[in-house]
Design a protein around this ligand. Sequence first.
Ligand code: IVH
Length: 688
Amino acid sequence: MTASETIAATRLAQLAHDIARHNALYHGNDTPDISDADYDALVRENALLEQQHPQLVRADSPSRLVGVVPSARFSKQRHARPMLSLDNAFNDADVADFFDRVVKFLRVPVQDLPVVVMAEPKIDGLSLSLRYEHGQLASAATRGDGEEGEDVTANVRTICDIPQILTLTHAPAIFEVRGEVYMAKPDFAALNATQAAHGEKNFANPRNAAAGSLRQLDASITAKRPLRFFAYAWGEVSAELADTQSAMLDLMQRAGFSINPLVRLCTGVAETLAYYSELDARRAALPYDIDGVVYKVNRLDWQNRLGQVARAPRWAIAHKFAAEQATTRVDAIDIQVGRTGALTPVARLQPVTVGGVVVTNATLHNEDFIAEKDIRIGDTVVVQRAGDVIPQVVRVVLESRTGAPPVYPFPHICPVCGSHAERETDGAIMRCTGGLVCTAQRTLRLRHFVSRAAFDIEGLGDKRIEELCADGLITTPADIFRLHCQVAALTKRDGWGGQSVNKLLAAIEARRHIALDRLLYGLGIRHVGESTARDLAKAYGTLGALQATLQAISNERTDIKNIQAEISVAQIGPVVAAALIAFFTEPHNQAVIADLLTEITLEDYIYEVQTSEISGKIMVFTGTLEHMTRDEAEARAERLGAKIAKSISSKTDLLVAGAAAGFKLKKAAELDIAVMDETGWLALLARH
Ligand code: IVH
C-alpha cells in the first residue's frame, strides 16, 4: 500500500465505525449527537474516498447499507421489493445536474422537455411498508436495512391514518403502500409533557418520538401515541394502477391514505427550485418536521427505464434544507454538573424561534469550545438547530459586540459543591472532584454504591435512593448505615410499611462487614470497575495500604507515567492510576470514607489461591444460581485456582449452568464441554 492508500484506508475504517454508530443512534430510540448536515458530510467523504480508491471499499462500508440492521426484538420481514434510499442534492447546481442526468440517460426528445417532476416535502419520520392483500391490511414492516425490516403489523393497526381496508372498488390482489410515519409538532410537545409528568425520558425530537412509539413491543402503548402517516410510494403491486407519480398519489388518496397537501408538479429546474424556496420559507410554520424536498420524475415509464444505482433510484433525489439559524443574545453562561462530575457550560439565550421551536439554551460543550469561538456573556450569536440535535452556537457576531466584555472565566471550582474541579489530561472536560459530596452526583453515586456488585443492599432500589436523597435522609454512604435511627421517618412514607422497613434495615446490617473490593468498586471512582477493584484489593490487601501508596505518590508529585510502575498492579494503567490519586487525595472524599469506616468493618482481601480439582481450569458460569450471586461464584472459583471466562470457546474446561441457562449451555454441548449444575457446583465447593 502507498502512504496515501494507508491514510485513506485508516480514514475509511474510522468512517465505517462512526457512521455505523450514528446510524444506530438515529434509527434506534436514542438521541443523535450530530446534525444531519454533519452526518451527510461524513457519508459524502466516505463516498469520495471510495471513488478515489475503489480497491479499498470495505465489506462493512456504510455505502452498502441503506439503514441499520433490524433490531432483534421484532420478528423480521423481507420486503417483496427493497426499500430504497435517496441520493441528496445540497444546492441548486446538484438539482440542475439531476435534471441533466435524467435527460441524458433517457435521451428525452425535445418536445418532452423540460422534464416534469413531482415535488414532495421530505417528511422527517420513518418509512414504513404496508402490504394489502385483496384490499385488507396483511402486514407492515419498517425499512430496516432496506431488504429486511421489523414486523410492526400489530402496532400499525393502531394508527388512525392507516386504513385496515382500502376504499377502492377494485383493490388489486397485492398492493404495498409505502410512506412516512411521523408525529406532528404539537402532539410531540404534548407527549413530552406527559413523559415528564410521569418521570420518563423526553424524546429529543418528533422523529425519535415516532420511532420509539412505533417500535413498542406492547401495541397498546403505540395506540396511545399520536402517530400519523403520509403515503408517497409503493412496493409490490399486482396490477398497473396508473402511469404517473401524481396519478398514483391520487389513487392512494382514494384508497384511504393521507397524501401531503403540499405536493406539486414542477416543470423544469427553475420551477422546481422556486418550489424549494417556497417550502423552505414555510417550513418552520408547518405542523410537522420536514428536512428537505424530494423530486421524482413524474412519468412512471421513465422511472422504470431510469432504474436504480446501488441503494438509490436514478429517478428521484432529495434536496436537503440547510440547518435553520437565528441570531440572539447570550444572557448568561451556566455550568451543569453531570453524573460523572463533568462541568458542562450552557448558554442561556434570549428566547428565539429556530425552525418552529423556541430555543432558550444551547450547549457550549467545554472550555475549549468557548475559547475557540470566543463566546462572551452579552454577545450576539448565531444559533442553529439542525432537525434533531440540540441547538448549537455557530459563531459570535463580532460586529454586534459592544465594549469589551471580559473573556468567560471557566470555573475551577464545582458550582454545586465547591470542590476543586480538574481538567482531564486527555480531553477538554473539566470535572468536579467532589464525588459523593457533590449533590449533583450524589444520587447517582449512591445508587451505584448500593448496587449488586458493590454493597448489594436489597430493598434499596433507585427509586428509594432518590426519595431518601430528596428528603435529606441520606447524603453520604455512611448515612445508609445510620438509617436505623430514622425508623419513624421511614415508616411514615408511602409504600414503606413497617415490615418492609425492617427488612431493609436487616439488609443494611448484613452489609456492615464488607469485602475491600466491593467498597472500592462502590465508591464509584472513575475507571474503577469491578475487575479493577478486585485487582487493587488483591494487590494491596487493605484500604490503608492502598491509601498510603497513593498519598506517597501524590506527595512526591511523581510523573503520571511512573505511577503505573509504583502502583505495582500490572493491570492498572496511568489513566486509572491518575483517577485513583485524584479521588483519594480529595479532602471531601477522604472525609466521606473516614465517616463510612466508622460504620462498617472492612474485610481485608485474603486471596490465597488454593490447589483444587479446578486449579488452572478455564470456567464459565451461566444462568441463575440460587445459592450465591454469579460474582461470588466466580470469586470462589478463582480462589480455587480456576480462571474465569465470559464466553464459551473450545478452550473452556467446565461450564456451571444455573437455572434458565440458554445459549452458552447449547454451545457447550456442541463443543463437548463438561457441564455442571448448581448442585454439582455446591458439592465441589464443599469438597474444599
Ligand atoms: S421516496 C425510492 N418520498 O426519506 C424512493 N421518501 O432519504 C423512496 N422520505 O427512506 C423514498 N418523505 O423515509 C420519499 N416524499 C417522500 C419522502 C421520503 C420522506 C424519507 C423516506 C426515505 C428517506 C430517504
